[in-house]
Structures are given as structure tokens and as C-alpha cells.
Design a protein around this ligand. Structure first.
Ligand code: B12
Length: 220
């Protein structure tokens, strides 16, 4: 990576951390002009800034209003980068995605959705604070091969287990693979609740998903 590319990624991260939408837009445009992979600009630039904001929140230097301004800057940069992500034309199937009930954190979920779409998945986005039954209904009523569930809070993790239990009860579990993610989630937790896979980043999520849904992938 050149010094200039590193400077642009640092500016993307800084723009989010410092709640600076103008810097987010200009650094994102510079990333496009410099032909930096837009996914790298998102994961190694904007997302890094959000992580740093999280540290400041934990240190009680930032509070909820600051985090909201950080996420505004993140979305300002994303709007510019999004159209430049190359789309894979090979269709990979249909997935439903949502943030589990009780949780309104949706930045990570939105990144996963974006990366899945550009990888060729059709996505049904249920949004955030999604009731358990909504996931179940969506699987029942649509031709979906995969559920992607997100949560950022330890207090809402149990909702993921409940979705899997309800899919079992409704005899829908064999119809779909289940991938879970979010900061407090781990591979061990995924195994414990009977999910098929866990992925720690939006970059990795589509590969994990394709492994599960493609014949010859991990699950076959
Ligand atoms: C930004 C933020 C907010 C924003 C959210 C804005 C939004 N629209 O999302 C706002 C200010 C609104 C907010 C509110 C609250 N927050 Co908050 N918030 C955060 C913060 C700082 C960053 C989260 C984030 O966006 N990270 C950036 C994204 C890109 O990362 P990510 O979400 O982890 O996603 C990546 C991966 O995890 C993965 N991934 C995510 N989902 C999925 C799904 C799948 C299927 C896969 C494969 C992968 C995957 O891919 C993503 C990209 O690589 C975290 C701290 C932290 N370090 O995580 C606290 C944090 C999550 N918040 C916390 C809390 C407590 C709250 C509030 C309750 C605060 C309050 N007193 O009101 C409320 C929640 C209200 C509610 N019920 O939902 C706590 C949760 C504690 C807990 N119980 O576990 C945290 C951990 C902070 C802390 N240390 O205390 N918050």
C-alpha cells in the first residue's frame, strides 16, 4: 500500500471518529479516484473509525449523541463508496437478514447486507429490532436459503437461539442455513445454539454464506 493510500484510509477512519461528514465524503471520493478497493475503504477505513468511536464510548469520552454523529459520517462516506463496489453477476441465492429483537444497532448488519448483495445474494432486509416470529414467517413465506442474524448486545443474544428453536418447531430448520454475527457473538456460541456458522466481519460473511449454500461447500 502506498503512503497516499494509507493517508486516505486514515482520513476515512478519522472522519468517522471526529464526526466529520465533509471529511468522510472527500476521503471517500479520494479513495475512488485512487482506485482503492471500496470494500477495503469501508473495512479498513470507515469501520476502523467506528471501532475507535466504540473505544471512546467505553472510556466514557463519547456518549450516545457522539456515536450517532459518528454513524452519520460513516453513512456519508458509504454513500459515495457503495456505487463503486463491483457486483458479482453470478446469483448465489436468497438470504434474509435482520437484527434480533431488542437491539437497534444496525451499522454492522447494513455492511453485511451490502457485501452479501455485491457478492450475488438477493437480500430480504427485515431491519432492526426484528421479532423472532418475523424471521420464522419470512422463511416460511419465501424461497430463502439462508438467515443472517446480527446482534451487538449480550442481552439480546438469546433471541438468536429462540429463532432456531422456532424454526425447528415449525419444521423449517432444514430449509435454511443460519449464519450469525455481531461483536459479542463467537463460533462457540454459534455451535451452542445450533447455528450453521459464525462470521466476524462483513468481508468474510458472503464467503461463509456461499460455503454453506453452494453444493460442495462446508455443509455438504
Ligand atoms: C454505534 C453504537 C451505537 C449507536 C448505534 C447506531 C446504529 N444505527 O447502529 C447508538 C448510539 C444508537 C447506540 C445505542 C445503544 N447502545 Co451502542 N454501541 C455502538 C458501538 C460504539 C459501535 C457499534 C458499531 O456500529 N460498530 C461498527 C460495526 C461496523 O461493527 P459491528 O456492528 O460489530 O459489525 C461488524 C461485525 O460484528 C460483523 N457483523 C455484524 N452483524 C453481523 C451479522 C452477521 C450475520 C455476520 C456474518 C456478521 C456480522 O460484521 C460487521 C462489519 O465487519 C458499540 C461498541 C462496540 N465496540 O461494538 C456500542 C454497544 C454495542 N452499545 C451498547 C449499548 C449499551 C447501547 C445502548 C443500550 C445505550 C443506551 N444507554 O441507550 C443503546 C442501545 C439501544 C438498543 N436497545 O438497541 C453496548 C452493548 C452492551 C451489551 N449489553 O452488550 C456496546 C457494546 C457499548 C459498550 N461497551 O457498552 N449504540
Amino acid at each position: 500500500m502506498t503512503t497516499e493510500e494509507k493517508r486516505i484510509l486514515d482520513d476515512l477512519a478519522k472522519s468517522v471518529l471526529e464526526m466529520d461528514e465533509d471529511l468522510a465524503r472527500s476521503a471517500a471520493s479520494q479513495a475512488v479516484d485512487a482506485r482503492i478497493d471500496p470494500k477495503t475503504a469501508i473495512s479498513d477505513g470507515l469501520s476502523k473509525g467506528m471501532e475507535a468511536a466504540g473505544v471512546k464510548y467505553e472510556e466514557e469520552e463519547y456518549f450516545v449523541p457522539e456515536l450517532l454523529l459518528c454513524s452519520d459520517a460513516m453513512y456519508a462516506g458509504l454513500d459515495i463508496l457503495k456505487p463503486h463496489i463491483p457486483k458479482d453477476s453470478v446469483k448465489k441465492g436468497c438470504a434474509v437478514i435482520g437484527v434480533i429483537e431488542g437491539d437497534t444497532h444496525d451499522i454492522g448488519k447494513n455492511l453485511v447486507k451490502l457485501f452479501m448483495e455485491t457478492y450475488g445474494f438477493d437480500m430480504i432486509d427485515l431491519g432492526r429490532d426484528v421479532p423472532v416470529e418475523k424471521f420464522v414467517e419470512t422463511v416460511r413465506d419465501n424461497d430463502v436459503q439462508l438467515i443472517c442474524m446480527s446482534t451487538l448486545m449480550t442481552t439480546t443474544m438469546a433471541g438468536m437461539k429462540r429463532v432456531i428453536e422456532r424454526l425447528n418447531e415449525e419444521k423449517l430448520r432444514d430449509k435454511v442455513k443460519v449464519v450469525i454475527g455481531g461483536a459479542p457473538i463467537s463460533k462457540a456460541f454459534a455451535g451452542k445454539i445450533g447455528a450453521d456458522a459464525y462470521s466476524s466481519t462483513a468481508t468474510e460473511a458472503p464467503l461463509t454464506a456461499a460455503d454453506l449454500t453452494t453444493p460442495g461447500g462446508l455443509a455438504h
